[in-house]
Design a binder for this molecule. Structure first.
Ligand code: GDP
Length: 451
């Protein structure tokens, strides 16, 4: 998903890394590269133009000039603007006060409406709702049957009084508006709290299709009209979205086929062109290939930034300020880093929650999912147990920990001597590195800087 766009943007930001000050030329160059990357990803031209203008205006302003790390500040700005064009805040479905809530799906043929109907039904069922699917696509061959199969897989009933057509040559006969009305009446009778209506699409935007969709919408008084769009259709996305926005005035967008090597331009264009939020994403043909769309998380994914903002928030909330200040002072004074310090830092980290989850929020996490799965949080407890088994003198002067002391520590903490050896070896390397940094090597790159 957005892989090539993501690679291009992170490569661009790499050039800004570590620069103490950004010149106007730096910012121009960066803006130019972002523009090219977006256009190559098929983002609509007017959207790109406005996006770049906003980035440049902010990047040339005080927030970057006064930033401690200007390069990182530019990434932050791009992230914020990206969230903006993706629709800002996550938009949830609005349920009717008086059930059933009526959700209608609209979009071109092949966009993925019927497939999505099953996914959405399962998603809502898992949240405790009792949805029913209504088959109003009486035009595309086998659409009704496909919806029935999807419903069956999701374990959700399908209301389908009309069989639809089974081949291209067959003329459509049923009345989709009547089916929609009957479907809603049926839902009321059988106490379903959500109705999901699948409607017909055409290969291109046409008036009759739009009229039919609008008729269904007004006949049943749909609470939500979701415009389903294939993320791979490229620059056409904008025209199609605008036509549907005018024709049926949809309330939210669903992007499908985000799993393909889609350049993803539709995703970045539709919300900002129509002013309607993207609510869901479909990422495959399976029922579970479905996710709620969070603009902020998607932006971070595109920038390979990880969920670093939550990470910082969590750190700030659980970090012991005195402890951190003490550590910084020791560092500045070039004092030896001891196992006592090491344990204190580890305890701070543990206060932030599961290490596996924390690592998953780190930039670049996308590329190391497998390793993350194997990470065992109990390893930290073992390390702490080993350090706890040492005497204070040993913790402050690890050099004195000889063979017999190691054996005693291993016994005391219930681990094998090799684990004690391993810990001491790793600690020795870390302490050396700290010393080197404190004596003028400078801090390594802070997390949050992609690349
Ligand atoms: P409809 O005409 O809008 O109802 O479209 P369909 O639901 O029949 O989907 C058209 C085709 O796209 C089918 O072959 C689906 O299996 C496929 N499809 C739908 N959603 C996705 C998706 O998110 N990813 C992929 N790879 N294929 C999808």
């Amino acid at each position: 998903m957005f892989n090539s766009l993501s690679d291009r943007l992170t490569a661009t930001f790499k050039n800004l890394r570590g620069k103490g000050k950004l010149t106007e030329a730096d910012i121009d160059g960066t803006a130019r590269e972002i523009r090219r990357a977006l256009l190559d990803a098929d983002v609509a031209v007017p959207v790109v133009r406005e996006f770049i203008a906003r980035i440049k205006a902010r990047a040339l302003g005080a927030e970057v000039a006064q930033a401690l790390n200007p390069g990182q500040q530019v990434v932050k700005i791009v992230n914020e603007e990206l969230v903006g064009i993706l629709g800002g805040q996550t938009r949830q479905l609005e349920f009717a006060k008086q059930p059933p809530t009526i959700i209608m799906l609209a979009g071109l043929q092949g966009a993925g409406k019927t497939t999505l109907a099953g996914k959405l039904a399962l998603h809502l069922k898992n949240q405790g709702h009792t949805p029913v699917l209504v088959a109003c696509d009486l035009q595309r061959p086998n659409a009704v049957k496909q919806l029935q199969v999807g419903g069956q897989r999701a374990g959700v009933p399908v209301f389908a009084p009309h069989p639809g057509v089974s081949s291209e040559s067959e003329a459509a006969t049923g009345d989709p508006v009547a089916v929609a009305e009957q479907g809603v009446a049926h839902a009321k009778d059988s106490l379903h709290d959500v109705v999901i209506i699948d409607t017909a699409g055409r290969l291109g935007v046409d008036e009759e299709l739009m009229r039919q969709a609008a008729n269904i919408k007004s006949a049943v008084n749909a609470h939500e009209t979701l415009f389903v769009i294939d993320a791979m259709i490229g620059q056409d996305a904008v025209n199609t979205a605008q036509a549907f926005n005018e024709g049926v005035d949809f309330s939210g967008v669903v992007l499908t086929k985000l799993d393909g090597d889609a350049r993803g331009g539709a995703a970045l264009s539709v919300a900002s062109v129509t002013g309607k939020p993207v609510m869901y994403a479909s990422t495959g043909e399976g029922l579970k290939d479905f996710e709620v769309f969070h603009p902020d998380r998607m932006a971070r994914r595109i920038l390979d930034m990880g969920d670093i903002l939550s990470l910082i928030e969590q750190a700030e909330a659980s970090w012991d300020k005195d402890e951190a200040a003490k550590m910084a002072q020791k560092f500045a004074d070039q004092e030896d880093f001891t196992l006592e310090d090491f344990r204190a830092q580890m305890q701070q980290i543990k206060k932030m929650g599961s290490m596996k989850k924390l690592l998953g929020m780190m930039p670049g996490a996308a590329g190391m999912r497998q390793q993350l799965e194997q990470f065992d949080d109990s390893q930290l407890d073992r390390v702490e147990a080993i350090i706890n088994s040492m005497t204070p003198h040993e913790r402050n002067a690890p050099k004195i920990i000889n063979g017999s002391r190691r054996a005693r520590i291993a016994r005391g903490s219930g681990v094998h001597v090799s684990e004690v050896n391993q810990l001491l070896e790793r600690f020795g390397q870390a302490a050396k590195m700290m010393k080197k940094m404190a004596s003028g090597g400078g801090m390594p790159d802070m997390p949050g800087m992609p690349g």
